[in-house]
Unconditional design. Structure first.
Length: 363
């Protein structure tokens, strides 16, 4: 009788050009080879499901090394799920979340925080994607007014949606301000590794050490195949996570395959190596376009994103050659993202393309 466990040739076929490169999103990149190796390592045999496996257990100790001994990690499927679960954990049904108008939870999650979590987003316009205590106070009032959602949480993003960074001192000031008003602080860390790499500090410096209560930890944009984690830094602030994760459809049955990726990312320095590289590629791109007439950089380049403004006609022609996104609905405003696998040749080829299209425009 044939062994049903024998590995058979796959019928899958490659349907894409692995040499194609783009600058639309760090989600376009594949999985880091070290992540794929970790997945293979965790495969085989049986492990208890729904997070009672050895990999998820070991992940807790790894998270302690980055976020302190009280940190509790809850692996989830994706970033939207991470944010929705985290925000539910620190709000009541009548609660509100103060966030930047540009925040991902407000602009890119199809209303999930409000529709699924049942909370109210209380947005504030910012010049650079960053909240301040003064900006928070534009929405942080009326706690006893039954006609208004009660502000219970401040949500910040590190790095922000426009590629800027909060310093640890700025986050500490926000946390102190929020806590004085009885509010919790959530950090959307979809690109938390890029922030730590750029600031050259451990992640704990601007999270638990600064007073943050709960973190949405991102891994997919930094080389993981899939999966993120909600990291509870103050267990008293989010005691119902066990139930909220399941209620929100974010409890993986084969959780070992999320946890082992987080382990591969965080047990050594893969998270930092990958983030430093993508940040460096963004700097190379920014330096190249600064030398070009007809291109304006819109925000400080502090992580792995470059936001720029150039002729809308040039943008349209360039997008026929390279994938990237328009930004904020303004013709000519664009976002260029770099990834862990972006190469210097990718950057140089893109810069050459920009030069050619600028030259064609002026001819």
């Amino acid at each position: 009788m044939a062994d049903s466990r024998a590995v058979r040739p796959t019928d899958a076929r490659r349907h894409h050009d692995p040499g194609a490169r783009g600058f639309a999103s760090d989600n376009y990149a594949g999985a880091h080879p070290e992540i794929l190796a970790a997945l293979a390592l965790a495969n085989g045999g049986h492990q208890t499901s729904y997070g009672e496996d050895d990999y998820t257990d070991h992940l807790q100790r790894i998270m302690h090394s980055h976020f302190g001994p009280t940190a509790q990690a809850f692996p989830v499927f994706n970033g939207t799920g991470s944010n929705v679960v985290a925000l539910q954990a620190v709000t009541d049904r009548w609660g509100g979340v103060v966030c930047a108008e540009s925040a991902h939870i407000n602009t890119d999650e199809c209303g999930a925080p409000e529709k699924v979590a049942g909370l109210k987003l209380m947005t504030v316009a910012t010049p650079d994607g960053k909240l301040t205590p003064e900006l928070i106070d534009r929405q942080a009032y009326g706690w006893d007014d039954e006609h208004r959602a009660r502000p219970q949480v401040v949500s910040i993003t590190q790095s922000t949606e426009v590629g800027t960074l909060y310093t640890p001192g700025e986050i500490r000031a926000i946390c102190d301000h929020a806590h004085e008003r009885g509010m919790k602080v959530h950090l959307d860390g979809a690109r938390i590794a890029n922030a730590a790499a750029s600031l050259d500090v451990p992640m704990r410096t601007f999270t638990n050490a600064a007073g943050v209560d709960i973190v949405s930890f991102g891994g997919t944009k930094n080389g993981m195949l899939f999966g993120e984690a909600v990291v509870v830094l103050d267990p008293e602030a989010a005691h119902a996570m066990k139930y909220l994760r399941k209620l929100s459809m974010q409890l993986a049955s084969k959780m070992r395959f999320v946890s082992v990726q987080l382990e591969a990312l965080l047990a050594g320095d893969l998270w930092l190596r990958s983030a430093r590289h993508s940040n460096a590629m963004a700097q190379r791109l920014a330096e190249g376009v600064r030398a070009l007439d007809g291109v304006e950089i819109l925000y400080p380049v502090q992580a792995n994103a470059v936001f720029a403004r150039l002729s809308h006609d040039v943008v349209l022609r360039l997008q026929r050659r390279f994938r990237f996104y328009d930004w904020d609905g303004t013709p000519g405003d664009v976002r260029w993202m770099c990834s862990f696998d972006t190469t210097e040749d990718d950057i140089d080829g893109f810069l050459q393309g920009i030069k050619e299209e600028l030259a064609a425009q002026s001819a």
